[in-house]
Ligand binder design. Structure first.
Ligand code: TYD
Length: 392
């Protein structure tokens, strides 16, 4: 049974950055639910994929050095540990991972045409398609079974998880490896990062819920890695149950133990989270309003989808945060979805126009602090809401 625990209000499509403000932007009610049987956390409203992932999707994996490094390291690990003949990535985005592999060995699946074009132009076989059973059948006919399937921050965006895993099961070879990585529900709860929820993120996975999900498709997790990317993610290494050559590592049990200790299997944990989120909103607004009263200016650093949830849930307008800055060409000179806050093109002197910086991309805090050392020395202060709203 799905039990409701948090209302994040009316939210626009998180990656719908409009070039003129004032156009009617459709909003959807964002409510969160916990399934008492499968232990999966999900949002209520399912928006058709075509509305969100189309030919103007602005998110680019390669925009951060942190992500590029993470994918590079993973590619080395895949080659060393599994040495696959053929790799398939579901949601290959702009090629941040696949570019580390031999073009003959890798296939990308990317429904957003603007992104798929980037990898095909660079000579990588890319299917500009949504991941589903029909595509899996087509791929199997054309390429045979695949021995390694990888997907980062994609499967949680697809409503029909049954179809997702059925399709993977169809295409993956008997002893094949599936690696998926997505934000960690445990880290989200610990950090009170309710901004991990927006209409694209239909699910937030935990090892507990992934284990339950996989069980139905005869898959099992054999290893787990906690990553710092996206504010805390988990990489799940998965095999078919019939494959007895691979041992299940203790990490898997350990992660499930940690999650159980925290209470991810219990509804009460989510009620508590909901209370903390409401408190976080009050405290963040208090900080921003005080800064405004003192006549100081704030800029948001990183026009993230996460920040869209914050702005719309807390009702933050340009009287509180004057602008956002970002390096992504597709976001520049557009407005933060749902709010009249313009996104300006980042340049290395831009922070001198502001007194405070709200960390929209708090998950890249280290990278950003490193980049902005000069301004930090000069006294520019950062504001974060993770794990509690504060000035740092
Ligand atoms: P991210 O946190 O990955 O995304 P989301 O919440 O949308 O899933 O997005 C980071 C955003 O921050 C992205 O638009 C690029 C931007 N960014 C900068 O502008 N400068 C930087 O130095 C970094 C690291 C990111």
């Amino acid at each position: 049974m799905n039990k409701y625990f948090l209302d994040l209000g009316q939210q626009p499509l998180a990656n719908n950055y409009l070039s003129t403000f004032g156009k009617v932007q459709k909003k959807y009610h964002l409510k969160l639910f916990f399934n008492t049987k499968t232990k999966i956390v999900s949002i209520s409203k399912r928006i058709p994929s075509e509305k969100m992932f189309n030919n103007t999707y602005p998110y680019r994996s390669s925009m951060s050095q942190t992500m590029k490094n993470s994918f590079f390291k993973l590619s080395l690990e895949i080659k060393r540990k599994f040495n696959p003949k053929k790799i398939l990535e579901i949601g290959s985005n702009d090629g941040a991972l696949i570019k580390n592999f031999d073009k003959k060995k890798v296939i990308g699946i990317e429904p957003c045409n603007n992104l798929a074009k980037i990898t095909s132009k660079n000579g990588f076989v890319t299917y500009n398609k949504y991941w589903n059973y029909k595509l899996a059948q087509k791929l199997k006919k054309k390429h045979g079974n695949i021995d390694l399937i990888y997907s980062a921050n994609t499967l949680t965006h697809i409503s029909n998880l049954n179809d997702v895993f059925r399709s993977i099961s169809h295409l993956l070879s008997k002893n094949g490896i599936l690696i998926i990585e997505d934000p960690s529900l445990l880290e989200c709860m610990k950090k009170n990062s309710y901004d991990q929820f927006y209409n694209e993120h239909i699910y937030l996975f935990s090892a507990i819920s992934v284990k339950n999900l996989l069980n139905e498709f005869n898959f099992e997790i054999f290893d787990i890695k906690n990553l710092s990317t996206h504010g805390g993610s988990i990489r799940y290494y998965i095999k078919k149950k019939g494959n007895k050559n691979i041992k299940i590592k203790y990490n898997v049990k350990k992660q499930i133990k940690n999650e159980t200790k925290y209470g991810l299997h219990k509804f009460e944990t989510y009620k508590k989270f909901s209370k903390n989120v409401k408190k976080s909103k009050i405290n963040l607004l208090e900080i921003l309003k005080k800064i405004k009263k003192n006549g100081k200016k704030i800029v948001g650093y990183g026009a993230t989808a996460k920040a869209v949830t914050i702005l719309n849930y807390c009702n933050i307008n340009n009287d509180l945060i004057q602008n956002f800055i970002d390096i992504t060409p597709e976001k520049i000179n557009r407005y933060m979805p749902g709010k009249k806050i313009k996104i300006l093109k980042y340049n290395k002197n831009i922070l001198k126009n502001y007194d405070f910086v709200f960390l929209g991309a708090w998950n890249f805090k280290k990278e950003i602090f490193n980049k902005e050392k000069k301004f930090i020395k000069k006294g520019v202060k950062f504001i974060t809401h993770i794990p509690k709203p504060k000035i740092i």
